[in-house]
Design a protein around this ligand. Sequence first.
Ligand code: NAP
Length: 290
Amino acid sequence: MAESRIDAKTKVFGLLGNPVGHSMSPFMHNIFLEQCGINGAYMAFAVEKENIGAAVRGMHALGIQGANVTIPHKEAVIPYLCGMSKAAQACGAVNTLIYTPEGYYGDNTDGAGLLAALEAKNGWKAEGQNILILGAGGAAKGVSVAMALQGAAKIGIANRTAEKAELLAKQIAELSDTRTDVISMQELQKPEVYQEYSTIVNTTSLGMAPKVDDMVPVCIDALQPHHLVVDLIYNPLETKLLRLAREQGAQTASGLGMFIYQGVLAFEKWNGVRPDTASIEEQLIQRLTR
Ligand code: NAP
């Protein structure tokens, strides 16, 4: 029998969410831990909404060194933290808990993760860009705040619930010089809307497995080779939106890069070392497509 890596000195890391059974975070972080020679283990914890405070306090009492937080707890953990980064404060959501003796410090690496992935893989920076964000939920907030703070020229927001798009546009305008616009779902079907934008980012859950035929009503015919279409979804690796955009000749980027980099940034905050991103993408693709 192979010797277990786990012993009495193993540091524990984890994911708080519900459900968590589909998450690729344990797979990725355990590879990172091994790669960096850290005696650690990363586990997934399904936590009911009413137990989130008890879970955070219990984790701290046990000395768990760090955790990621996912749906539906990204906002609910906030009252149980000892402090928060500017990124987490700006988007009102936490995806990373960092152990301190006083309690967990909350951070949010989602927006920075997407920016790092787009820069590494597409040579893309938000500075000076006109960006159309589809959706106005938690991920939209993290991503659009990070893009505004990196100097985006304009951010347009289209969301099913228009009030949420308006609120997000107001928040962006309050913390940056980025111009904002709110676009209705009807306007989204007009080709002329796309002339103004270089980058289109789907932050809605439309198209995520198992409902892979769903799609935000984007006017695909209006897309051109200079457009970069990004989907935060990474399961499937190529959503219907990305497939149609690619067939139309636009550039595309899946959510896998964001997933990798939000994890890399969290791992670095816990362990002080940056894991290697070269081989993890291929390993995740193999795991997701097997
Ligand atoms: P969320 O807060 O629940 O927001 C969901 C968004 O999708 C809202 O804008 C919602 O519109 C929209 N939406 C949902 N169903 C819709 C429908 N039937 N028609 C039109 N719009 C619909 O979720 P989230 O945390 O932002 O996550 C959104 C997506 O991002 C998920 O697919 C998640 O997996 C992905 N994500 C990926 C990463 C990564 O690392 N790659 C990280 C974070 C999130 P309303 O406001 O009108 O309800």
